[in-house]
Design a protein. Structure first.
Lengths: 135, 171
């Protein structure tokens, strides 16, 4: 019969180190997204993808609008109001996309796993890639 | 791998317990407080931590695979299998590595496992969605894993303390 060492049951300095590594990882990750979001220029645009394929993109400044997407048997109702976007209604069992709430910053996204739909906010048409200049 | 009857029985009981805990977890939906796909307490991780110490990595992995396949089968959702497998295997790899260090308590092993589990699940989401958008959730998921990992670590510690005077752990 093998003798396994009895596990240490009290948290110590090494456990704190593991926790610290996880915190640093989270902060670095969040920082990278934040920097990318603030550095981006251009118009705030929603990109809707299904199964990894981009299906539609529209500017959030286009005013109020409603969109309906169906994929894998699930339907999502998207609502855009005053530069903010949210999933108003969905018939998926988890409702994660509805609970995610409103997004209004570049880099943010709403993910619906059952329907395999991703709505991502990006900035496009910044000084780097000007499509049309008016005036 | 050759298992004694005692080990096989313990593996079977632990698999059943892990399945029951994953089901029980649905009644405490952490995702209501933190609305991100995949946020959950990870109670089945208690079993994984326990199996790792009591039975060793090989049998802990066996229990994990049985739990993932049976869980997906019972839920009738084979799509969920890739999520539970990728999360579970990543968590197991991290926990085996941390467990080998011998300096950590069950808390550190459990937190490392929870964090790795979330990384694995985000990777699964990136793969199934074909989109890197789920990476955006990683910071929050890592933060949550500190809490859930500490919680499952605490339960595992209580469990070991209760079993210290039995001969269940001596085999």
């Amino acid at each position: 019969m093998s003798t396994r060492p009895f596990p240490k049951l009290r948290p110590g300095i090494w456990d704190a180190l593991v926790a610290a590594v996880v915190i640093v990882l989270a902060v670095v990750c969040a920082g990278a997204f934040w920097v990318r979001g603030t550095l981006a220029e251009g118009e705030l645009t929603a990109v809707v993808s299904m199964d990894g394929q981009e299906r539609e993109r529209f500017a959030l400044s286009d005013g109020e609008m409603e969109r309906t997407y169906t994929n894998h048997g699930y339907t999502l109702h998207l609502l855009v109001q005053s530069g903010e976007l949210r999933v108003a209604e969905a018939d998926c069992p988890t409702q994660d996309c509805v609970h995610t709430g409103t997004i209004d910053q570049a880099g943010q996204s709403i993910v619906c796993l059952p329907a395999r739909i991703v709505v991502q906010l990006v900035r496009t048409g910044g000084s780097g890639d000007v499509d049309v200049v008016i005036g | 791998m050759k298992l004694t009857t005692r080990q096989l029985t313990l593996c079977a009981v632990l698999t059943a317990m892990a399945l029951a805990l994953s089901y029980l977890e649905n009644f405490f939906p952490l995702s209501l407080a933190i609305p991100i796909p995949g946020v959950k307490l990870g109670l089945a991780n208690i079993v994984t931590v326990f199996a790792l110490y009591a039975l060793g990595p090989a049998q802990a992995l066996l229990i994990l695979f049985a739990r993932c396949f049976l869980g997906a089968m019972f839920a009738g959702n084979m799509n969920a299998l890739i999520f539970s497998l990728m999360g579970g295997v990543t968590a197991m790899a991290a926990m085996i590595a941390l467990f080998r260090l011998r300096r950590l308590s069950v808390y550190g092993v459990s937190i490392g496992g929870a964090a790795a589990h979330n990384c694995g699940q985000v990777a699964a989401a990136v793969l199934t969605l074909g989109n890197t958008a789920p990476l955006y959730y990683l910071p929050v998921l890592l933060g949550v894993s500190l809490l859930t990992g500490a919680l499952t670590g605490m339960v595992a510690a209580l469990l070991f303390r209760a079993l210290e005077h039995t001969n269940l752990l001596k085999m």
